[in-house]
Every structure is written in structure tokens, then in C-alpha cells.
Write a protein that binds this ligand. Sequence first.
Ligand code: UD1
Length: 415
Amino acid sequence: MAKYIIKGGIRLDGKTEAESAKNAVLPLLAASVLTDGEVVIRNCPPILDVESMIRILRELGVKVRFEGKDLIVNSSSMHGYTIPYNLSKEMRSSVFMLGALISRFKIAEASYPGGCDIGLRPIDLHLHGLEQMGVKVDEAGGEIVCRAEKLKGGNIYFDFPSVGATENIILAAATAEGRTIIHNAAKEPEVEDLQNFLNSMGARVAGAGTSVITVDGVKKLHGTEYKPLFDRIEAGTYLVAAAATGGSVEISNCNAEKISALLHKLCENTCKITIKNDIIYLRSGSGRKSFNIETLPYPGFPTDMQAQMVALASVSEGISVIRENIFETRFKHVRELNRMGANIVVKDRVAIVNGVKELHGAKVAAHDLRGGAALMIAGLNARGTTVIEDVKHVERGYYKPEEKFRSLGADFVRV
Ligand code: UD1
């Protein structure tokens, strides 16, 4: 099994480019099966979650191939509507296939989805939304069967603005009969990206980015060529890594507006941020200062950057208080950071981080994707050698981090 070996204490300095967003690409791949036309997703990173989604699509008879970094999807010979257990459990995003499959075949079968172990992560909002559109849902023994005579629009109210549930309902509604209105929808930029993608296929989706989304069902969608949104979490991870090493980076292919919550926190931490077109420049200030964070749905501070910011707080002067509101058990990185000399106490959903001057290298393990990112940042700061095991979690969402960090001057190898 692969591991990362990092010799820390080197200031990061240089340029890199953000990939397309994992959390945009995965729903786009599900949306691609809503047409028999050819879909081209440009600049699609071949990360493990994308590979898992491709395996699901191939299992269902979809033809998928990479041409360089462009992914070509052709669903004209798609025949299957059952996602096998071993593929459902690998990845949370397999749940998007329910909305897409029920739209295409009026039947969909899957197991409860897997993904990062960061909390309960139920899918009741997804299923409830589908039921409002005329879908009959049967659940037994961890298996879900969805059936509909026809999909019809309706009013859907979410108790919580779930990203995945919002995207799943948009997928089901795109070719449903009539108008679907989603109330208390998630406002994340990736939802807007799904809207733009579907509209480029002839769909009529409006309002994404606000809490009310309207989908007017159309009879048929056509193929498209589309460049997804940049990965705000990947870009954010490199910015935080630069801050934690006292370095400077510039990251291209970004839209700074979409990560302003993070940029504000980095300024509080004494970083200087400059934005020019699609490039974000970060220059570390002298000394790092503590900060407080509460994770919230967009445009609040993203839960997907919480772990990386705990790593930064652990080497920032003073006490930082970091509250995780979205997922119940998203602090598994704390134990590993403490092994590296951090001083962090977790009480329920709050981490109290008492900053130390620097961390020291240790043998640690990634337990989930963003927790693994936090360990890379800690390893880059730490004196001595850090060995990160179980990096398959990291590689679900980061494309060749060893090469990107090396291009910024780090001593970082994958073995
Ligand atoms: C998505 C992202 C994930 C990110 C998260 C928050 C994808 C594939 N995943 O996850 O990387 O960390 O948004 O930005 O895009 N909930 C329910 N019932 C449901 C659905 C969700 O109770 O049916 C709860 C969850 O347990 C969690 C909260 O709602 O407490 C937020 O979940 P949600 O926004 O749905 O996140 P995901 O779509 O799972």
C-alpha cells in the first residue's frame, strides 16, 4: 500500500494549478447518463473517486474513456440500473446514480452508499425528495429499490440544505414531467456547476446558488462539452499548506469568490492574499495567529477545509476554537496531529487547539480524505520525517499531491 514520506520544515514557494472539482465532476458524471449523446468533460482529474464512478458507469453499460485529461462518456448502449454492492459502498457519490437512473429507466437499485467515515451520513433527504416526485422507495437489508410509473415535478422542502440531496433531485427533475421546486436547497458552487452543465445539455434549471431551485422538465437532453468548476478544496489545501510552512504560492484556475470564507481566515492568520484574474497569490505574514471557525453550509466556512485548518491552527500562536457543525465525527485527524506534537483537545463537536511553534515528524495514518490532507500539511511543517499511511483516502480526491508539493519545493515522495 502506498504511503507518503515528507521531510518537513521547508517553506513552500512556487506555482501550481487547481484541478476540476471532485465534488463537481462526480454529479456531472451521473448527469451524463441522462442523454444518449456524447458528453465530454474537459480536464477531469483521474482521482480514485472518479475511477470508482467510471467503474459504476461501465458496469451499467456506459462507454467511458479518457482522451488525455478529457473524459468522454457515451450512454447510448446503457442497459443496467443496479449498482452492485461493492461499488456502492466504495463511494458516497454512488447515491447520485439513483436520481439519474430513475430518470432514465424509471427503476434504480443500489446499496446504502459508503464514502468517508465522518458521521452518520443518512440519505433520507434524497429518498424523501424522490418520493415527492412519485417514486416508490423500498428499503430492506441495506438495499434500496426505487420505482416510478412516471416522474413528476413537485414542491420539495429540505430540512437541511444537503448538497447531495439537492443534486440528486435536480438530476431526477431534469427530464421529469412539469416543474420541480426545491426549497432550502444547498447553495454550494458545485450545485451551480451541475445546473450549468445540465443547461448546456438542453435542461431548464434555474436558481442554483440560491436556496430555491426551479427545474422545468424537458423531454430530451443532448450531448455537451463542458469544463467543470475548479476544485476550491484542493486549491484551499495548497494555500493552507503554504501558510503552515511560512511560504508563498500562486494557484491558477481559481475563482477566489468561491473560497472567500477561507481567504478571510487566512488573512486573520496574517497571510497576505492578492487576486488577479484566475490566480490567487498567498504570501505568509510574520508569525501565524490563532483563529476561530464554525463550519456551515455555503457560503459559510466549508467542512471540507476544517481538518486542514486544524493543522494550521496547531502551529499558530494562541488558542483556536474550531466547531464542526456538518458532520458528527469529523475529528479523526486530531489524534494523528497530536502524535506529531500538536496540542488539541476535542469536546463533542469542538476542537480547542493550543498552537505550538512547530510539529515533529511521526508515523501517522489517514482515516479520511480531508483528514489525510491535514496530515500532509502537518508533515510539511514538521521538523524531521513524517510517514503517512493509508493514503488511498487522500488519493480519492487529490491528483498527484506528491508532484504538486514537489513543484512547490517540498521534500515529498510517494512510495
Ligand atoms: C457533500 C460532499 C462532501 C462535503 C459535503 C459538505 C459530495 C460527493 N460530497 O457531501 O465532500 O463534505 O457535501 O460540503 O459532493 N444529511 C442527512 N440526510 C440526507 C443527506 C444529508 O441528514 O439525506 C446530513 C448529513 O448527515 C450531514 C449534512 O446533512 O450532517 C450535510 O450533508 P450533505 O450536504 O448531504 O453532504 P454530502 O452531500 O454527503
